[in-house]
Every structure is written in C-alpha cells, then in structure tokens.
Design a protein around this ligand. Structure first.
Ligand code: NOJ
Length: 725
C-alpha cells in the first residue's frame, strides 16, 4: 500500500470547506507555531510572550504550540479555541519526544546498535502514548540524519552512518510513532532534519553543508524518502545551508524533491527560528524577505519566529505572494489535524490518561526500556573471557564518575524523564549480586575536571577487589544539540584513573556510558573488557548488569565507526577505492596513523561464537529485473545461547560512476542455542543492485557484483554475481 498518499477525498473536501471560511490572518495563523516554553516579557508592552500567544490563539491566529507543561494547559488552550473562534481549528501540540517521554529509552544511536527496528518502533509507539497524556499530538522525531562525524553532538540522536539502516529504522519509527488508536490518540511524526544537517562541516553543529547532488541522493535522502513512503505526516526543514541555500529557503529540497518527486502530502515545518535565521545566513535582508523566501520554497509552518503571521497577509495583499501557496499549506495543516482526529477529540481523553506517569512508569514500558537497553549494548573487547563476571566473585570494585549517576544515563533530549526513575550502574550491579559478593564503590575522578584528588582512594578500592568495573564516559550534556567536541577522548581525569587502576594488574572491565563513539585506542591497553553502554535510559543499570553477569549475551553491533583518532574523521565503512594502487608511498594513507578504524561499522562481540558456512546460491547469472537468492548456514559453536546480526553487503564492481567498496544491503538478527544451526537467506533485488548512473537515473548496470555475508563490515566471505545485459 502506498502509505504516503494518506489524504482521503473526505479529508480533502473537509479541509477545503474549512479553508473557504478562513480569513487571510487565520490562514497565516495556522502556519504559525509558538514555543510555549520561551516566555520573555516585552519591555515596551509589559506583556509576556504567553499573554501574546493566548491572545492570538483566541483570535484563531495560531496553528501549533509546543513545550506545553501538561494536559491541563493543553485542554485549556483547546477550549479557548472552541469558545472564542468561529472555525474552531484545534491546535497541533508538539514536543521533542526523541527517545522516550517519561519512560526514557536508549538514545537513538544506541537503539540502532540493537539492529532491531521493530523494537525501536515499539519504543516510539510507547513514547507517543505517554506524550499523549499531556496533549501532545506531534512528536519531532525520528532524527534520521545520516552522519559520519562523531564530533557532532547530534550523532547521539541519529541512526548512525548508513543510509540503508537509517531507512529501515525511519520506517519502523514513523510507523511506531504514528500508531493510530483513534481520535485524540494518534500522533504525527516529524522526521528531521531535512536535509544534510548531519554533514555540518568539521562536526560543528549548524555549520555549512556543501554536498553534491549525488551524495545527497545516495546517502542523505533515502531515509527521508522511506519516511515519506511510510506515511510520515510532517517533516522538519533543517537549520543548515545546502550548497548556498538554507533549507528553509531551499525550493529544490522542499518543493522539487519533496512534493514533486516524492508526492509528500504532509506539513513541512521549519526548525526553531530558522525562518528568522535566513537573515543571519545572509540570504534575506529582513523578516519580510525571509518570509517571502520560505513560502516560495515550500515551507508550510514557521516554528517560533512569528514571521509568517506578521508578514504573510501583507505580502499576499500586496500581490507579492500568491495566495494559492498559502492555501495549499493551510490545507495540508488542516488535513493533518483531521487525520489525527483532533477536530473530533481535541482534549486529552480518559483513555490517554491511563498512561499518565505521575507516580510510576507503566510496567510494560519499563520492560520495553530494559529490552531496548540490553540489546543496545555492544561488547567491544573481551580478553581472557573476563566477561561475563562470575556471581561467586567475592569482591567487585565499581569505580568511576558515571557509576552512580542518575542523570547522565538519560542522555540528551530527556527533559520529560526523571533521574529518580533511573537505575544507575552501581545500583544495577548491587541488585544483581548475592550477599556473598561485596561491592566497593568510589568515584575516582571527575568528568569535568582533571583533578586527581580521588585517585588514591580509587587505587585502594581497586586493590581490595577481585575485579574492577570502571564506569567511564560522557555526561548527558556532552552530546545532543550544540554539544560538539574536538577531542574524542574520555574527558576529565578518566584516562589517568583508568591507567592507574590498570597498573595494579587486576582484571579490569570498562563500561563506556557515552552519547557518541570515542577515539580511545589506549583503553585497550588498560582493560580486559570494554562494554559500550551508551546513554541507555531509565533501565540502564539493570541492562548493563545483565550483560556483565551474563544474564544477557550482548548482541549489539556498531552503527557508527569508532575512529582511531580524530584526524581520521570522517571515517565510515561506505567508502570508495580511489584510483591509487595499493602499497608504496603514493597511496591514500596517513604517514602518522593507520587508515583502519578502532572498531568498524557492524562490529560487536558475543559470549558465544558463530561459524559462518559457505554462501549458497542457485544461479550465478541473472537478468536485470531478476532477484538473486543466497543463503548461508550459521552455527552457534559456543556454549551459550546468543544472538548474531548477520550482515549482507554488496558492491557493483565496475559501474559508470564510482561505487562504495561495500554497501549494506540487508541484515537479519538471529538467536541460536549452543550447537544450533540455522539457515539465513537474503534476496538481492533491483533495489540493492541499482545505482544512480552518470545522468542520475536509478538503474541496474550489467556486470559483476560482489556480495558478502559476514559478522561486520570488515568480515565475511563473498560470492560473485553477474547481471546480464
Ligand atoms: C531545534 C532542534 O534542531 C530540533 O531538532 C527540535 O525539534 C527543535 N529545536 C524544537 O525543539
């Protein structure tokens, strides 16, 4: 079914009927969204911003608000509309529900490491459910910007570096967030940021983006296309410029691609104040010009600047803006409101309130949070089978600045989450061991400062123990929007702490609680095991403890390459060959560093081992429109049950334009008991074989293809397939 054509004849005619009754001011009002959380006092009038918003709502001049404090406020604003305005068009109430509402799930980068899009869809649905209890009908998620730069703080919110994986997650997330349980119980998703925001130069947020049309269409746009095809009801235009034109003024993106090529029927909203920022970008001289550029580009709703309501009516009356553009935008906004059932039920319903989380979090959401957290964890290193830890260990030292933290595991964009709901790593370990195991804790050092005041105590604590668990990482304020770093080392005194503890010669396990991949090759010399645990949300400590003690066999795989050093960035598996021959001096390499990453895309260890058999296939030659089936036997050769993410990559060996050495084409997550064998099959069809040719046509070019099946992007056996002319 073509879900992206979601408007029905009824929705369209109802929207047109409402539009026919609206004044120009009311139309511009629908295209205006305000931030309720931003409430300065105007020194000239003495009025607060909220006073102004309320007044405008009463006049039917506001289409959407976001950052409301809860159900009471939401209901009172919806009632104001019904009481005061002739057309009674309900507000679309938005919120940044990025990885949970009250129940905070792992950051999206972590959730992608689970390679379980279905699970992510469930967390998105649960998050929407909770948000609805406060009147939210529009979640500003998923964030599907492909990024290859861990310096960029927003990598935490992303699905990682691969366009295929991001597309699969985009679909699941949109469908999950838009689970429609009836009027007043549906939320619209808002895939963002359209487009190429994740390619900000030098990993610095909001920075310039200069990108070829090829890269845009091969790497950046596929997740958005998938989100649109999955029925996303809105899209957010990004802050950044793309090749000289900021997204909100970019007609090529917002109209040519989104509307004309893809047939998108939903709302395009700007990012925060981004219409106003056209002036700072230097493409608009003043607010009036910013308004003109945005409406002509195809931007339907202005987030927070108020420029549309201030200038659109005037510009239409002066004949500078075609009223049809305004009408089309308003029709789309009203259509979304109709689709969500807001006209029938603008208020928070009793059913929605069942998910209210005032006192405790819903048990089914907690168990989802735990499953999501455990599946997000990636085991990066495990020498001498240090992990899993034995429950008969007499004494464990838990040392590090992240061990007790309740705030940091919530990660970025968690303002509706509460630290009190979080299980810290220390607490998770404590609850997981019996009375025969003593747990000794000390903080050891600080994330923000390099003071070594706690070092002696840390060494003493470690000295008493049989094994040391180091809880290291980044605070929740070190990733997310505007949280970029130039160093990807462990901040503060953490390296000194790890090196000093390592010198004692005890078994050392490092747990990395971070919002991004770090460049920490030295940590391998200080530890026997490294567990990448991300910012995992409310169930963090329980999930990590399950992995540490082997109650859960880690199954996460990296979705963003871990660099060896910052100088390698951008580093990603989906790279091209260059023309240089291998070996010798004049080849593509560094004189002071390896070109290999610390850990590649798709990488992660398990407590068991898997044997990959030979790849089987029936035909070696296919015609262009035929599908190619291949299969492989995977055996669990270890002694524990375990999950494996079987990954399939493809390369078009010779094409009319250069191709990446490998592209992820498919994957399957399987669970095997010890000694069990299963057959995993993949179908390679046109969508995996096709490339954008020199004329930018999507086409399958005849010739040879290599197809790998393996455990990560650097592993696996391959077969050769020939596509006949
Ligand atoms: C700016 C962020 O870029 C965007 O992701 C978010 O949805 C808006 N602010 C609203 O908070």
């Amino acid at each position: 079914m073509n879900q992206h054509k979601w408007t029905t004849p009824e929705i369209r005619s109802k929207a047109a009927e409402i539009l026919s009754r609206m004044s120009l001011e009311e139309k511009a009002g629908q295209m205006t969204q305000y931030d309720w959380g931003f409430n300065p006092i105007n020194p000239d009038t003495g009025l607060s911003q909220r006073d102004v918003i309320i007044d405008q709502i009463a006049q039917g001049k506001v289409g959407s608000v976001f950052n409301l404090p809860g159900a009471e406020q939401a209901n009172s604003l919806q009632k104001l509309i019904l009481d005061k305005t002739a057309n009674g068009i309900p507000l679309l109430i938005g919120r940044d529900v990025i990885h949970g509402y009250r129940t905070i799930f792992p950051i999206p980068l972590a959730q992608s490491s689970a390679w379980n899009p279905e699970l992510a869809g469930k967390t998105a649905a649960a998050s929407s459910r909770e948000a609805q209890t406060d009147g939210v009908a529009w979640v500003f998620a998923p964030m599907i910007d492909v990024t290859r730069d861990p310096r960029w703080g927003r990598i935490a919110e992303s699905i990682g570096e691969d366009p295929y994986l991001a597309s699969v997650y985009a679909k699941a997330w949109v469908e999950g967030a838009q689970t429609d349980d009836g009027p007043g119980l549906a939320t619209a998703s808002c895939p963002k940021h359209f487009a190429a925001y994740g390619l900000a130069e030098a990993g610095r947020d909001y920075n310039t983006v200069d990108i070829s049309d090829r890269m845009l269409r091969e790497v950046i746009l596929p997740p958005f296309r998938e989100a649109v095809e999955s029925g996303a009801l809105s899209i957010m235009a990004s802050f950044n410029e793309i090749n000289g034109t900021p997204a909100c003024a970019n007609r090529y993106l917002l109209t040519t691609i989104l509307r004309e090529e893809w047939g998108f029927e939903g709302i395009v909203v700007s990012d925060y104040n981004a219409v106003q920022e056209l002036i700072t970008h230097g493409v608009a001289a003043d607010e009036e010009e910013a308004c003109l550029l945005s409406i002509n580009a195809g931007l339907d709703m202005d987030m927070s600047s108020g420029i549309y309501i201030r200038y659109l009516p005037k510009l239409v009356r002066e004949g500078k803006v075609d009223e049809r553009l305004v009408d089309e935008a308003v029709l789309r906004i009203i259509a979304v409101k109709l689709k969500l059932g807001l006209f029938e039920q603008p208020f928070v319903t009793a059913i929605a309130s069942e998910y209210a989380t005032e006192s405790s979090l819903p048990p089914e959401h907690l168990s989802l949070a735990r499953q999501s957290a455990r599946e997000s964890i990636v085991l990066l290193r495990n020498e001498k089978e240090t992990l899993p830890l034995s429950r008969s260990t007499a004494s464990i030292a838990v040392i590090g600045p992240l061990a007790k933290s309740l705030q940091d595991p919530l990660g970025c964009w968690s303002f509706d989450g509460r630290p009190d709901d979080v299980v810290s790593l220390l607490e998770g370990i404590r609850q997981s061991v019996g009375s025969n195991t003593a747990i000794h804790y000390t903080q050891g050092c600080d994330v923000e400062s390099d003071s070594d005041a706690g070092l002696d105590e840390a060494l003493e604590t470690a000295h008493q123990a049989d094994v040391v668990v180091l809880a290291l990482g980044e605070t929740y304020l070190m990733s997310g929007e505007a949280r970029c770093r130039t160093s990807l080392d462990l901040p503060g005194g953490q390296r000194k702490l790890a090196e000093a503890v390592a010198a004692l010669g005890k078994p050392v396990v490092a747990v990395l609680i971070t919002g991004r991949p770090l460049a920490i090759p030295w940590l391998q010399d200080c530890t026997d095991s490294i567990v990448q645990a991300w910012h995992l949300g409310v169930q963090s400590g329980h999930a990590i403890a399950e992995v540490l003690f082997g109650d859960y066999n880690p199954s996460g795989r990296l979705t963003a390459t871990f660099p060896l050093n910052v100088g390698q960035i951008p580093i990603y598996y989906y790279r091209k060959n260059t023309g240089r021959p291998p070996g010798g001096v004049y080849t593509s390499y560094y004189i002071d560093s390896s070109t290999d990453p610390l850990y590649p895309f798709g990488y992660g260890l398990s407590y068991t081992s898997f044997r990959y058999g030979a790849i089987r296939y029936e035909k070696q030659r296919i015609s262009k429109d035929e599908a190619f089936e291949l299969s492989i036997e995977i055996t669990n050769t270890g002694t524990r049950e375990g999950e494996e993410v079987v990954q399939c990559y493809i390369r078009d060996e010779v094409a009319s334009v250069t191709q990446p050495l490998k592209k992820l084409a498919a994957f399957r997550k399987i669970k095997l008991a010890p000694g069990e064998t299963t057959t995993v099959s993949f179908t390679i069809s046109e969508s995996s074989l096709a490339i954008l040719d020199a004329d930018m046509n999507l086409t399958v070019e005849p010739g040879h293809f290599t197809i790998w099946i393996g455990a990560n992007s650097s592993a696996g056996e391959s077969v050769r397939l020939t596509v006949e002319a």
